[in-house]
Design a protein around this ligand. Structure first.
Ligand SMILES: [Zn+2]
Length: 456
């Protein structure tokens, strides 16, 4: 069978694949630090040469920041776009690394062989799993595994300032049937996963103004409004005793989990006692009729991230402050409309203020959740392929945080994205001594070969 030939080619070529990855890891492409601008360009050029060697038409495309690598190749009915990023996080504090972060090494550890370097997991090692699968395919079949566009960014670790304009300017060129993103992780050490739900985020900052100046609590206390009390009372009541958020219309657009996804999540071995125990807690605090995984992945939140006002220095001051401040954020799910929630939250706060107080608002970023429709048969095909490689069915999972790129593909290119990654929780991405397990690199390449065989 030809897939078997590709898989055994991947196995025999693994030492060379590793050498190629190590070469890429030696380029210190730190995107946030202008001192490394030339190194970012070098990493982009390295990838362009790599892609050309596979028969792609590839180019490093300038942006106001670091270049994008765009490549096209292959033929087929289904057009796939693959996204990864070649830039890496800074390496400080350098003294906590056990070696030069850009002098990669294969190390033997108690848990198996690891590739130790900045970017080993996030995201050079991961993006190379896809490219190496293409390489093995080409070696066996003489062609690429279908119609492919490769899109590699160099600013992911520094806020992606050029990404949206580039997508807008090149929308027709980048548009494909589905996007594949390799920048996430396995569900647990050996359970592969496809992330299909990412929560959105809305930020608000507010100041409550009461008296026109700070007052003495002896002279005015009992008669004059205290804005810290008002603010803490309002925000403290955002959630009721059952964990439900009481802001009017807040749950508009929150969708219930499809039964098959709920069943899958229930079958996942998620140890919430350990999850909370690791941070010194034991009681899940969300809506009491929800499982902890639902609280994290498919339910919205309202959180106070900071609150200040009055006297907080050493000693004591009997002040009635004139103002109180807070930063509040909401994680959003389903079709919740960030702008509508901002409005509703503001109206709800304002309605509770005494008539002689006022509130001043500062809005922070707003972005809705991304929920992939798994109706496209590509999702189920990829899930089966992953299960075959890892010997365990792959799970459709959510992600409590936000991965903006998935939403951008939807918004600007009108395509769904499949987030499939082979990172492990202990990869120490963004931290000293980042590593990528050799097993993940190897099985990652094999997984993509299996997925491509089904999708193209
Ligand atoms: Zn990344």
């Amino acid at each position: 069978m030809s897939l078997d030939a590709v898989l055994s080619r991947i196995d025999t070529d693994l030492p060379e694949a590793l050498d190629r990855l190590l070469e890429l890891l030696r380029i210190p492409s730190i995107s946030t630090d202008p001192a490394y601008k030339a190194e970012c360009a070098k990493a982009a050029d390295w990838l362009v040469e790599y892609l050309k060697s596979l028969g792609f038409e590839a180019a490093s495309r300038p942006t106001p920041g670091h270049p994008m690598v765009v490549a096209h190749g292959g033929k087929g009915d289904k057009h796939l776009l693959f996204y990864g990023h070649y830039d890496v996080q800074p390496v400080d504090p350098l003294n906590l690394w056990d070696r030069n972060p850009f002098d990669p090494e294969i190390q033997d550890t108690a848990a198996g062989k690891v590739i130790r370097a900045r970017g080993a997991s996030d995201d050079k090692g991961q993006l190379m799993t896809f490219l190496e699968a293409c390489r093995a395919w080409k070696a066996i079949h003489g062609t690429l595994p279908g119609k492919l566009t490769i899109f590699l960014e160099g600013e992911e670790e520094s806020g992606s300032p050029s990404l949206i304009p580039f997508m807008q300017e090149n929308a027709a060129e980048l548009k494909a049937d589905i996007a594949l993103i390799c920048d996430t992780g396995l569900f647990d050490d050996n359970t592969p996963a496809i992330t299909t739900m990412l929560r959105g985020l809305l930020g608000e900052e507010l100041t409550i103004h009461a008296a026109n100046k700070d007052l003495h609590s002896g002279s005015y206390g009992g008669a004059a409004a205290n804005p810290i009390k008002i603010l803490s009372k309002i925000l403290g009541n955002m959630t009721d005793a059952t964990g439900r958020i009481v802001i009017p219309n807040f749950y508009d657009g929150v969708t219930e989990l499809p039964d098959n996804i709920r069943a899958q999540w229930q079958s996942l071995a998620f140890d919430h006692a350990k999850f909370l125990g690791d941070v010194g807690l034991s009681i899940p605090i969300g809506e009491q009729d929800r499982t902890p995984l639902e609280m994290l992945w498919s339910r919205p939140t309202a959180e106070i991230n900071g609150m200040w006002g009055g006297y907080t220095g050493d000693g004591f001051k009997t002040v009635l402050p004139a103002q109180a401040h807070a930063k509040v954020s909401f994680r959003l799910v389903g079709d919740q409309d960030a702008d509508a929630i901002r409005k509703s939250f503001r109206t709800w706060v304002e309605a509770q203020l005494p008539a002689d107080c006022r509130v001043e608002w500062k809005g922070h970023g707003a972005g809705g959740a991304s929920v992939m429709s798994i109706e496209d048969p590509a999702f189920e095909a990829a899930r089966l392929a992953l299960g075959q490689e890892w010997g365990k069915p792959a799970a459709y999972i959510g992600c409590g945080g936000s991965i903006p790129i998935a939403g951008y593909f939807k918004t600007y290119l009108d395509m769904d994205a499949m987030l499939i990654g082979f990172g492990r929780d202990n990869d120490q991405i963004h931290s000293p001594n980042e590593k990528y397990d050799l097993e993940c690199f190897h099985k990652g390449i094999r997984s993509w070969a299996r997925i491509l065989a089904k999708l193209t």
